[in-house]
Design a binder for this molecule. Structure first.
Ligand SMILES: [Zn+2]
Length: 127
């Protein structure tokens, strides 16, 4: 049995961010792999292929319905899950549009695998 620090990714040891159960439901291809009794975390390390983990289980980035720009640099990887922006769509114009849409509210806690606002990530892809 591999020793696992609570709240830290078993693959890379990075500190995770707690996600709600609905977040996994919204983002995984196969929701039968989720144990509803367990608490899941998002792995914050961009170099690590684990997207979610809990004690005794890791879930790979490939299990996501849509590739996340946190973990993949593919042009079609998703930056913003609330309004559907991908890496290839990121530019000054789409960023302004995104900010405007976002001002009406967003649902990152559930829709974004990272459970966090993607504004900083979006900004990192602007020229
Ligand atoms: Zn990790």
């Amino acid at each position: 049995m591999i020793f696992q620090r609570p709240g830290h990714c078993p693959a890379c040891q990075a500190k995770g961010r707690k996600v709600v159960y609905e977040n996994l439901l919204a983002n995984l291809k196969d929701i039968s792999i989720i144990n509803p009794d367990k608490e899941y975390h998002f792995c914050t390390n961009p170099e690590c292929q684990v997207i979610y983990f809990t004690l005794g289980q890791t879930i790979d980035h490939e299990q996501l319905l849509r590739k996340s720009a946190y973990k993949s640099k593919d042009p079609d990887a998703t930056i913003c899950y609330c309004f559907g922006y991908t890496i290839q769509e990121a530019n000054e114009r789409s960023y302004r549009e995104y900010r405007q849409k976002k001002s009406g509210g967003c649902a990152c806690k559930i829709r974004n695998p990272s459970a966090k606002c993607c504004a900083k990530l979006f900004e990192s892809f602007l020229g």
